[in-house]
Design a binder for this molecule. Structure first.
Ligand SMILES: [Zn+2]
Length: 227
């Protein structure tokens, strides 16, 4: 009888813990900021802007003093972009956007260490972003260095360490090793984003999208990668 009671109380305790954790999970998801717009709408805005950039028909939206005053009160960007620090790949220019539009993280080789991931998570949880884009680019100097140095022994810096998995993954592929590593890097970084409990739930439900693209330095176009 005592054993049965102990068993029952254990079950009740487990149910109580499960209920509390479900409630907490819901509370965490509910705490995520309302969307600025849907992921699909956001992607369309970015790609439309890129088409204007490619065609040389820039509109320079949201770059007026009025827009500056508007966003000074608070920001609600519609997309996050993780791009390379390369001076030829500024997201606001290649997507023809302005102030308060894109939450941008730029780092050599568009790698995602913990601080980068935390920054992008913030844009979803607190600023209303529902589209994250990882943007690699052709002939990336960081990737060139990683490909050239991957056989070397010894200590490498944090950036090359972050790029090493992409170099390894693309080893032996047909075609240009740098171009292949650029693509693999974007794919691997995409996998590392939105992995927290609340963000991965949003990805599963389709509310949040993580997309990848490769920017062409010569034409200005962006090739979207298939997931
Ligand atoms: Zn680069």
């Amino acid at each position: 009888m005592i054993r049965k009671r102990e068993f029952l109380s254990k079950i009740l305790l487990m149910v109580a813990i499960a209920t509390v954790s479900i409630t907490i999970t819901h509370a965490v998801i509910a705490a995520v900021s309302a969307p600025t717009m849907s992921a699909d709408e956001a992607l369309k805005l970015l790609l439309d802007g890129n088409q204007r950039f490619v065609a040389g028909k820039l509109e320079h939206p949201n770059q007026t003093p009025e827009r500056r005053a508007e966003v000074a009160k608070g920001q609600h960007p519609f997309a996050s972009v993780l791009a390379c620090s390369d001076s030829r790949t500024p997201p606001e220019i290649i997507f023809d956007r302005g102030l308060g539009d894109i939450f941008t993280v730029r780092v050599a080789g568009n790698v995602a260490d913990k601080v980068v991931i935390e920054s992008l998570d913030y844009s979803v949880k607190h600023l209303g972003v529902r589209l994250m884009m990882v943007l690699g680019h052709r002939r990336c100097g960081a990737v060139i260095a990683a490909v050239a140095g991957h056989e070397e022994e010894g200590d490498v810096g944090p950036m090359l360490s972050e790029l090493r998995p992409a170099v390894e993954a693309s080893k032996g592929m047909a075609g240009d090793p740098v171009e292949n590593a650029v693509r693999e890097n974007v794919k691997l970084v995409m996998k590392n984003l939105a992995t927290s409990e609340e963000l991965s739930a949003m990805v599963k439900s389709g509310e949040l999208k993580v997309v990848g693209g490769i920017y062409d330095l010569d034409t200005g176009t962006i090739e979207m990668l298939k997931n």
